[in-house]
Design a protein around this ligand. Sequence first.
Ligand SMILES: [Zn+2]
Length: 64
Amino acid sequence: MAAKRKHPKVIWNSAINQWFCTKCGQVSDRVSEQDGHLELDQYECQIPYVETSAIASDEETVQS
Ligand SMILES: [Zn+2]
């Protein structure tokens, strides 16, 4: 119970038979909830679109 989970809200999506994080949208096809959480926890809970725009704006401000 002490382990921190990176993905605060992971639900079972019965339409695709995968565990699904409602925050970042990443999925795991593991059957058990515990395995699904373990797989998702290998990745940071972040939204891909936000990450992409952050990288783009970083490159604009790089000074050489
Ligand atoms: Zn997540």
